[in-house]
Design a protein around this ligand. Structure first.
Ligand SMILES: [Zn+2]
Length: 498
């Protein structure tokens, strides 16, 4: 509790809630305008433990997305001890718990490589907002009003929403590290949700001008050393560690990226965002030798050709949040530039303040954007055009390329025997998709989150028959609304309710 970052008038309340944030306060508090406890005694999102018995997904249409394994109109997937053991037709496993996968498409679950999930309680707060509005309202006004229990609620509801939509891995780009207690709450919510996550430890929100590098009231980035020891000493767990890094000022970027590499954490960084993206930040970091294959570049809309070359030459990965980029003014999503540079992007939601949290939207956005650009060039009479993206491409961007950008391609992203069983079953007997004539096409062109019937993470059933397993929706709902109200009240921000 020692490094609190409250405004002075909030000190007493801050201390009080701080106790709740790490305690086991079971009964709701009723402080005016502040609501309930930070963490209830029992976690909200814990499904039953992964079955000790093998699990057999029987007779599904299986898209493994692993070309060596192939795809199947009808096959079984055998899971043991959380891992995929076999994918083929006609598996017999007498001791297995059988899940009927007929009338579903079985495929790797989605991987979101960049989402600020602390903003889960701010969903749709800025439906028409620009990037400028976002900086003014979300990071400038609401972020500084967050306390640890608000981070918990935001992370919890967003992570559960991701699982519900079949997104089982999220890189939580967590730039709400106002105090170490905020950090602990963020991690606790990820744990309680059961999601697979990369916790990308980020900077604090201190309010304008948020020059946190000149401020000593927070512990970024040095506290990542504690996190590595306290929470991330093993890679053999659902949560892994990264640094949510900054590209500017260059000296601050260089020193903080250095800390990340000292603790063996990957780096994820926003670059090429609107006018800011034209400052040659990436070029300066490249000239300083800081660009490596451990880094994921987000957006990259307004980078120079020199910077693209530097990223490609150093083996960097890419996270495109195409829908947000077009909605809020980041610049044209650089899908063609990426492909021209030989980089297959991953996809990301970014902010639920303005865009939905599902991945069907993300896939269709990038697919239609790239194809439209090529067709426009075709209409203008250009010859020898780049290839049109196909539905299969964006399905890979949403899965294996996401895994690669998270450093998890050896664990997830395809249904390859030996990998973790992070799997979704998508219903094909629904009015938005039947009759299915092409499985890849069905997922990318016809489906939405309502088709997500069953979700497994590391072999553990998180959603079944269209409902999350083991989630106390009443509690999650209460936490989300109460935290939302607290943050609005504390910040003085007037949301527009209609
Ligand atoms: Zn972002």
């Amino acid at each position: 509790m020692s490094t609190a970052f409250p405004r002075p008038e909030e000190m007493s309340r801050r201390r009080f809630l701080g106790t709740a944030a790490i305690g086991t306060l079971a009964a709701p508090m009723s402080l005016a305008g502040m609501g309930g406890p930070a963490l209830a005694a029992e976690p909200a999102g814990k499904g039953p433990a992964a079955s000790a018995r093998p699990t057999l997904l029987k007779r599904g249409c299986v898209l493994t997305l692993d070309r060596a394994v192939g795809d199947f109109e009808s096959a079984d997937v055998l899971i043991e001890k959380g891992k995929i053991v076999a994918v083929k037709p006609g598996i017999t496993a007498p001791t297995a718990e059988v899940i009927d996968a007929s009338r579903t498409i079985v495929m790797p679950s989605f991987v979101d490589t960049h989402r600020h999930i602390w903003e889960g309680i701010l969903r749709n707060v800025l439906p028409d907002g620009s990037l400028g509005d976002y900086f003014r309202v979300v990071t400038g006004t609401l972020g500084p009003a967050y306390r640890p229990d608000d981070v918990y609620a935001g992370n919890l509801v967003s992570a559960l929403g991701a699982i519900d939509a079949g997104v089982t891995t999220v890189l939580d780009w967590s730039h709400i590290q106002n105090t170490p207690e905020h950090t602990d709450s963020a991690i606790q919510a990820l744990r309680d949700s059961g999601v697979r996550a990369v916790f990308a430890y980020g900077s604090p929100q201190l309010g304008p001008p948020n020059k946190w590098w000149e401020d000593t009231r927070h512990k970024y980035p040095e506290d990542i050393r504690r996190l590595r020891k306290q929470y991330f000493s093993s890679e053999d767990q659902l949560l892994t560690l990264a640094l949510a890094g900054v590209p500017f000022p260059t000296d601050v970027a260089l020193s903080s990226w250095k800390v990340a590499r000292e603790v063996g954490a990957r780096i994820t960084v926003h670059v090429g965002v609107g006018q800011f993206g034209k400052r040659a930040d990436v070029q300066k970091l490249g000239e300083a030798g800081a660009l490596k294959s451990d880094t994921t570049y987000i957006h990259a809309c307004t980078l120079s050709d020199t910077e693209w070359k530097m990223i490609a030459d150093t083996g960097g990965t890419l996270s495109l949040a195409g829908y947000v980029e077009m909605m809020m003014g980041h610049g044209l999503p650089p899908i063609q530039k990426a492909l021209n540079a030989g980089i297959r992007p991953s996809l990301s939601v970014d902010v639920e303040t303005s865009v939905p949290g599902d991945f069907f939207t993300q896939m269709r956005t990038i697919l239609s954007l790239q194809r439209n650009a090529i067709w426009e060039r075709d209409l203008a009479g250009e010859k020898n055009l780049p290839a049109l993206l196909k539905t299969r491409d964006v399905l890979e961007f949403a899965t294996i390329e996401g895994a690669r950008a998270c450093g998890l391609e050896g664990k997830i992203g395809t249904l390859t025997p030996g990998k973790q069983a992070d799997i979704i079953m998508l219903r094909t007997d629904r009015l938005n998709v039947l009759p299915v004539n092409n499985a890849t096409g069905a997922v990318v062109t016809s489906m939405d989150a309502s088709n997500v019937d069953t979700v497994l993470i590391g072999g553990k059933v998180m959603k079944r028959n269209g409902r999350l397993v083991g989630v106390d929706m009443g509690r999650v709902t209460r936490l989300a609304y109460e935290a939302r109200d607290r943050v609005m009240t504390r910040s003085g921000y007037q949301r527009s309710p209609l």
